[in-house]
Ligand binder design. Sequence first.
Ligand code: PFF
Length: 446
Amino acid sequence: MKREKFSSSLAVFLATLGSAIGLGNIWRFPYVTGMNGGGAFLFVYLFCVLLVGIPVMISEFFIGRKTRSNPVIAFEKLGGRKWSIVGYMGIIASLLIMFFYSAVAGWVYSYTFKSLMGKFNGATLESSKDIFINTITNPKGVILWQLTALLVVAIILTMGVKGGIERATKILMPVLFVLILICDIRALTLENSLEGIKFLFAVDFSKLKSSSILTALGLSFFKLSLGVGAMITYASYFTDDDNLMSTSLKVALSDTLISLLAGIAIFPTVFAFKMEPSYGPGLLFITIPLIFSKLPFGNVLLFMFFLLTSIAATTAMLSLVEVPVAYLMEVKKIGRIKSVLMVTCIIALFGSLAALSVEGNVLSNVKLLGKSVFDIFDYLSSNILLPLGGILISAFVGYFVRREEVIIEITNKMRIKNVNPLKIYLLVLKYATPILIGIIFINSIF
Ligand code: PFF
């Protein structure tokens, strides 16, 4: 069976960016930035992206394109049998993330539908809260919407790398960008919009705590889809002549830009209505519907906002699900459609447990070490497997792969003569990246 590839550098960029852009940009990044000193935090975040995010991303790109294999075989080819365990860890991490991520994606899908149906017309704080609680505690509803989100992802993936992932991201990424710009223009033309901009951008070093650095590191990792083999898998489909260094830089910067644009759509509106900027579910599912519905044409705006959030979640899930799919296809020799079906069923099974374990839903009493099923999946993936994967990936490329091999893969295919930037990257990868991630890892555990 011939392995598929993306058809151009643009396709490579859009698919990879599609993986990076997700729920993280909309419900986590803007708020975390505002709370940790705005511009000061951005500075720290960009520093983490440069010292940790980009080196790990280039390493994943190298591993994937060099071996043109799924993460398990990729590590085996480059480092021998024992390293394939890092690939298996990636598969488990991507599944764990999917279990809770698809639950939230289901809520977002249901909100897109609800806003289209005008459910938030004349919303009050009370009604907005009620709708949210009803959405996440209705067992049939959460499962139905989670399955819908999974079905959309599955259909795209059965169409393959070019016909599915490439085609979908080529259409959806520009749509997402236009929708976010429309929301931004509306937000910036509101009275008082400056307050929100100040919250997001004003440089306030006094709000920067030592924990902000840890937050920034963890955020950059999740944001850039690192440590779970998603970037390895996508890079195994990259074109031969794609410039890996510039792709990683472009993806990291564009992803940050989209997070900031999301913040610009959200906070000026929040402050214009003199609301408190809140976090996560409260911000996305209660505050936003409430305030958007108060604007002229608020319904349309709200629909556009949730549509763009659905798009972001969907393109991120494509890359998460493709990790186990690529493994089943190449190692177990199962066809694409069957592989997608199998992985989707596993995610639907465990994912519905996560969705049903949310506060107020039927399984909310099931606790393990004081955590709900949802939180356990989140904790194991974000706090343990992701950083561990990052340390192992950077240490692997930094210490166990021959330097020449890395230099040849990354520069020679592009016929790049000046290898100095790459040499700097290799130094960072060897001496800074694993240590920095090690610090977050130890800190997050204790
Ligand atoms: N980067 C995505 C987000 O910010 O929402 C989440 C994600 C996607 C994490 C793919 C990991 C991954 F492999």
